[in-house]
Design a protein around this ligand. Sequence first.
Ligand SMILES: [Fe+2]
Ligand SMILES: [Fe+2]
Length: 219
Amino acid sequence: MAEERKTDKNREIDIKTGAKEERNCPSFGTVQDYCAVLKNSMTAERWLHSLGVAETAKKMAEFWGADPEKAWLAGIFHDYARELPYRQLMEIAQENGLDILDEERDNPVVLHAPVGAFLVKKDFSITDGEILSAISKHTVGGECLTLLDKIIFLADMVEPSRNWPGVDKLRAKVYQDLDQTMAEAIEGTIEYLQEKGCKVHPVTLKAWHQIKERETNRE
Ligand SMILES: [Fe+2]
Ligand SMILES: [Fe+2]
C-alpha cells in the first residue's frame, strides 16, 4: 500500500508496523526488533506519535547537523514510559534513585521522561548518553540543552499528528532558528500551564530564565 509507506533515500518505513529495512542498532538487535517491542508497549495513537517524532527529529538532525540515526532512535523511544500508571512511575523512580521533586510528586506524568530513559537503557541496552539525555529532558527541558535535546523537545511538539493551536507556526520555525523556537515553545508551555492554574516545573522555569539571560546578553 504505497500511501502507507514513507520513503527516503536510505530506507523505508511502514507507517502501520514501523517495520524498516534491516540495519543494526548501536547496542543489540535491529530497529525492527525494537519497533516490535515498542509498538506492543503503547496504544496505536502513541505509536503513530512516536514514529512522527522519530521522522521529524531525523529531518531536523539532518538540517541542523546532529546525528540523524541518534535523533531517530531518541524519537522512537522518547515516550516508552508514557503509558505507565503514575504509581509505577513513582515506584521505578524511587527504587532506582532517580530524583523526584515536589512538583513531580504533584504531577507524576512528567516522570515518564527520566523513567523512560532509565527503562530504555535497562530494557534495550541503549547506553548512548546523547540519546538518553534527549529522552530524559523531553518533557520539562533543562539548562544547557544539547542540540539533540532541543531537537527531540521540539519534534515532540510539532510532529505531523500534533494538532494544537499554534502548532503550524512553531512547525515552520524549527527550520529557521532553533534557540528562538525553543524560547517560544517554553514560553508557550509556561503560559498554557499558568492559564490552567498548574504549577510550572522548576527546570522549565530555569530553562526560560537561562534563555532570557542569553537574549539580554546578546542585546
Ligand atoms: Fe512524552
Ligand atoms: Fe511524546
